[in-house]
Ligand binder design. Structure first.
Ligand code: 6GU
Length: 239
C-alpha cells in the first residue's frame, strides 16, 4: 500500500514517519508513506496557495489549481482520494478496515478556512474525526494513516475498536475563491453580486442544505426556525 499525504506543513510529519510502529512498518515495506508539499504544485509566482473567500467572511480558502494539479500528478489507476474536513463522515473503525484494503490513498490536508468547494469534485471520501475543529487536517491525517497502517497484515496483531462522538450545530456553507470558473465549475452567482443580505441568507440556507443532506443526524436535536423548516420541506421535495 502507498499513502500520499498532501500538506502545506510537511515538517509536522517528521515525528510521525520516524517513530514507533509506523517507522517500522515503512522500513519493513508494509507501507510507503509519501509526504507531499502542496506548495510545490502552485503555478503562482509568489507560491500562493490560498485566497480570500467569495461572498466575504473570515480567513483564507485553499485555491483549486495547486490541489487539482497535485492530485492529477499523483493519481494512479486504483487511487482513492480522501479529504480531511470537519464536514466529512465521522471516522469509524469500520472505515479503517475499508481503507486498509486499498492500494493507493491520497490524503488532502486543508488549513485556513477550508478548501474551495470545487476541490470536492476530486474526492472519494470526506473524513472527519468528530465534531470539533482542528487548525488543519495534518493531525487528523496522521490519525487516519495510523489506523490504516496498523491494520495491514504483519504490522501488529489484529484487534478492533469503535468510537463515536456528536454535538449539535450546522455544517459550514460551501466556500469558493478565485477563479470564478475552474475547468467549467462555476462559483454560485449570488456570492459574486455583493448583496450582503442575500449572501447571508444564501449561506444560512446552504449551511442547512449541507447539514440536511450530509449529516441529518445533527438536525435531530436542532430546533428549526419557521424559515428553516420551510427550507427543509424544499430540500425534501428535491430528493
Ligand atoms: Cl479531518 N480536519 C479538521 N480541520 N478539523 C477536524 C477534523 C479534520 N476532524 C475533526 N475536526
Amino acid at each position: 500500500m502507498r499513502i500520499d499525504i498532501v500538506t502545506l506543513f510537511p515538517a509536522m510529519f517528521e515525528g510521525f514517519v520516524n517513530s514507533s510502529i509506523i517507522k517500522r512498518a515503512i522500513e519493513n515495506n508494509y507501507v510507503e508513506v509519501n509526504i507531499v508539499d502542496l506548495r510545490e504544485y502552485t503555478t503562482n509566482k509568489h507560491k500562493k496557495v490560498d485566497d480570500t473567500p467569495y461572498g466575504g467572511g473570515a480567513g483564507m480558502v485553499l485555491t483549486c489549481q495547486p490541489v487539482f494539479d497535485c492530485v492529477k500528478a499523483l493519481r494512479k489507476e486504483d487511487t482513492k482520494v480522501l479529504m480531511m474536513t470537519p464536514q466529512g463522515k465521522t471516522y469509524k473503525q469500520q472505515t479503517a478496515y475499508e481503507f486498509a484494503k486499498m492500494t493507493h490513498i491520497i490524503i488532502l490536508c486543508g488549513h485556513y478556512e477550508g478548501f474551495d468547494e470545487r476541490i470536492r469534485t476530486l474526492v472519494d471520501y470526506e473524513v472527519s474525526l468528530g465534531d470539533y475543529v482542528l487548525t488543519g487536517g495534518e493531525t487528523a491525517s496522521m490519525v487516519i494513516a495510523d489506523s490504516i497502517i496498523r491494520l495491514i497484515d504483519g504490522v501488529i496483531e489484529k484487534e478492533s475498536h469503535e468510537n463515536d462522538s456528536f454535538s449539535n450545530g450546522l455544517l459550514e456553507y460551501p466556500q469558493y475563491t478565485k477563479p470564478r470558473v475552474y475547468e467549467g465549475l462555476e462559483v454560485p452567482e449570488v456570492l459574486c453580486n455583493g448583496n450582503h443580505k442575500e449572501i447571508a441568507i444564501w449561506k444560512h440556507k446552504e449551511s442547512l442544505r449541507k447539514t440536511y443532506f450530509k449529516r441529518p443526524d445533527l438536525l435531530e436535536n436542532y430546533s428549526l426556525s419557521e424559515q428553516e423548516a420551510k427550507w427543509i420541506e424544499e430540500f425534501k421535495n428535491k430528493e
